[in-house]
Design a protein around this ligand. Structure first.
Ligand SMILES: OC[C@H]1O[C@H](O[C@H]2O[C@H](CO)[C@@H](O)[C@H](O)[C@H]2O)[C@H](O)[C@@H](O)[C@@H]1O
Length: 619
């Protein structure tokens, strides 16, 4: 925590998940962000956005800086070690997984349901390792984004269980320590001697199934450790120095996946600022077609294909627009209306306002969306060597939407809130849409469609090469500007231009030299590009990872490896990434953790590993 700000740096938070919702734990042991029961529910612990909007601390009394924090290897379970004047303490925090009790998932015709599902519970277990340590619990929920302080009552006059209610929600806190209720908080203090343990559990399940005792709490954490390890064991991650960051990224994006539908949220949070103290604050707790399909592509690299099944069915089941096309984003349950509002009663993270709930981009036109979905469908089909019949209508609908839209201007991949433009990256994703659709038609044996979609892809390609390349031979941001845009790196990543094409090489070179700050990539130059917003943003992490991939594709292996190494060095202490990185102050900005950054890390890492393997073979 800085001397001037009561808010911990964004990158100092630890991320917990139960694949329904997630929590952020500050270094001092305070849960500062938790929305229940789902990622997009109102927060009950919202200290992240206002220091009075709810927190839940569990840790040593009077000490706020831990000795070490790490994840239990291969999991999203956090371990914190504390050294206090009296002794050593170890804390485990987990959003626990338990046996499946609820109904089957929303898309039951896919793979068999996993054994475990969310317990809807936060379990915190502390063990005194040496000496004796006084432990403190302070649970102070404030429901509905801080608007409604909790009302507490003991359960059956038992000092070990209390219920908190407010705004139609209810928590049950249970612990082996004696609870005292003080206003809107439940508190406890207890001194542990070496070898002794204490726990607390906060449940929001429909039927509270609190741990019976400390051993039961420990078992739940152990079960959660196994859940994550079993999941990760299905990945194929080569033995390589990049293995650890790849695993952390895979665990993070799995942790951002909503288990009932397979949809991912773009990030856990809303309104962590992209410009410190500024207005670039967005709610990312929704499912963007682009973000989720890019995520699935990254998981393909790690052999985690089956993750795609549920999401494809989720997409196939979505209610289309009036014109038959998809919205660019939906709620994690498939709902269409994500109307944006602001919460002016919240201070915002370090005063960055407004705090937004909902996202006004939901009804924007962004023509890249069809390419993202179809590329993912093709990858999935090739891996499974089969295109499920039920997904063919989805292919046709996406291809038709791409055909109908590619000539139109749009808001682009960056969702600019200014005038629509003919963005090159939108057009090239239109090419991806028709190119992939043609290949899918071929697999299905529909040669007529294959021919007409291929011809359309050729037409889009010709249009981009005629209007989307500047005089110096570089891909431009949109047809009416020579400004650079990092999203044109997608031309290399999606194979629109091969790595040895002069235009691709020049584009990569121009972005690397003119659109970077100390080597990290800006998505565009704010000011030069009117995105309808004020303030300068940081370098965009997905774009920096894209540059790693693009360097690798155009044969600049050394530059790729150097940049990736630098990107790995700026990861948070727990290996996580927000959306942006401010080079000058060396800090993460924007929502956290952000799927975009992690999925692009996986893709970049996978390319570097492949290049290393090929180099070994040719030695
Ligand atoms: O820059 C303005 C826009 O910023 C957000 O969009 C960004 O996040 C999305 C989710 O990760 C991503 O899909 C998009 O490419 C990014 O530009 C915000 O959600 C928008 O409302 C806002 O207009």
């Amino acid at each position: 925590m800085s001397l001037t700000s009561p808010f911990p740096p964004i990158a100092d938070y630890a991320f917990l998940s139960n694949c329904h919702t997630g929590a952020l734990v500050a270094p001092d042991g305070s849960v500062d962000w938790l929305c229940v029961p789902a990622f997009d529910s109102p927060s009950a612990f919202g200290n992240l956005l206002d220091r009075g909007a709810g927190s839940f601390r569990f840790g040593p009394y009077g000490i706020n800086v831990p000795t070490q924090r790490s994840y239990v290897p291969g999991t999203n379970v956090l371990t914190t070690t504390w050294h206090t004047p009296g002794g050593w303490l170890l804390v485990h925090d987990a959003l626990t997984m338990g046996p499946r009790t609820g109904p089957d998932r929303i898309t039951p015709h896919t793979r068999p349901p996993a054994d475990d599902d969310a317990d809807h519970m936060l379990v915190r277990l502390v063990e005194c390792l040496e000496g004796s340590v006084e432990v403190e619990l302070n649970c102070e929920p404030a429901f509905d984004y801080g608007r409604q302080p909790a009302g507490w009552s003991l359960v059956d006059d038992d000092l070990h269980a209390a219920d908190a209610t407010g705004a139609g929600q209810q928590f049950r806190l249970s612990t082996n320590m004696a609870i005292g209720l003080e206003g809107s908080s439940a508190r406890a203090r207890h001194t542990l001697a070496a070898g002794q343990k204490a726990y607390c559990a906060l449940s929001w399940a429909e039927e509270f199934a609190s741990p019976r005792d400390v051993d039961d709490a420990a078992d739940r954490i152990e079960r959660t450790v196994l859940f994550w390890r079993r999941w990760l064991a299905r990945a194929r991650i080569p033995d390589h120095p990049l293995r650890h960051p790849l695993e952390r990224s895979a665990l993070t994006i799995k942790g951002l996946t909503y288990m009932p539908t397979g949809a991912t949220v773009a990030a856990l949070t809303t309104s962590l600022p992209e410009t410190p103290g500024g207005e670039r604050n967005w709610d990312y707790r929704y499912t963007w077609m682009r973000d989720t399909t890019f995520t699935l592509q990254a998981l393909h690299f790690l052999n985690l294909d089956w993750e795609a099944d549920e999401f494809m069915q989720f997409v196939a089941d979505l209610e289309p627009n009036e014109d038959g096309g998809l919205q660019i984003m939906y709620g994690i349950d498939g709902r269409r209306d994500l109307t944006e509002s602001t919460r002016d009663d919240l201070s915002g993270y370090e005063g960055a306002r407004p705090v937004r709930i909902g996202n006004g981009a939901f009804n924007q036109r962004q023509n890249d969306v069809y390419g993202a979905v179809l590329d993912s469908l093709l990858l999935h089909t090739r891996r499974n060597q089969h295109l499920p019949r039920r997904l063919w209508p989805l292919v046709k609908a996406q291809a038709e939407s791409a055909l109908a839209s590619w000539r139109e201007p749009d808001q682009g991949i960056w969702e600019a809130r200014g005038a629509p433009q003919h963005y090159v990256s939108s057009k090239l994703m239109g090419w991806v849409a028709l190119d992939r659709a043609a290949k899918l038609a071929e697999i299905r044996g529909d040669l007529e469609l294959e021919k007409s979609w291929s011809a359309a892809a050729d037409e889009i390609r010709a249009d981009i090469l005629e209007h989307g390349v500047s005089e110096r031979g570089v891909l431009r941001q949109h047809y009416d500007t020579d400004a650079l845009d990092a999203s044109t790196l997608l031309a290399a990543i999606f194979g629109f231009l091969p790595g040895d094409d002069e235009r691709m090489r020049k584009t990569v070179d121009a972005i690397a030299t003119e659109l970077t700050e100390h080597g990290f990539v800006l998505r565009y130059v704010t000011g030069e590009t009117d995105d309808g917003l004020s303030g300068k943003e940081g370098t965009f992490l997905i774009c920096s990872f894209w540059l790693v991939s693009a360097f690798s594709i155009v044969g600049e292996g050394e530059q790729a490896a150097d940049l990736l190494e630098r990107l790995l060095r700026i990861a948070s202490p727990l290996g996580l990434y927000a959306e942006e990185f401010e080079v000058g102050r060396s800090r993460h900005l924007g929502n956290f953790p952000q799927a975009f950054s992690h999925l692009a890390l996986i893709e970049a890492g996978a390319r570097i590993i492949l290049a290393d393997r090929l180099a070994e073979l040719s030695l």
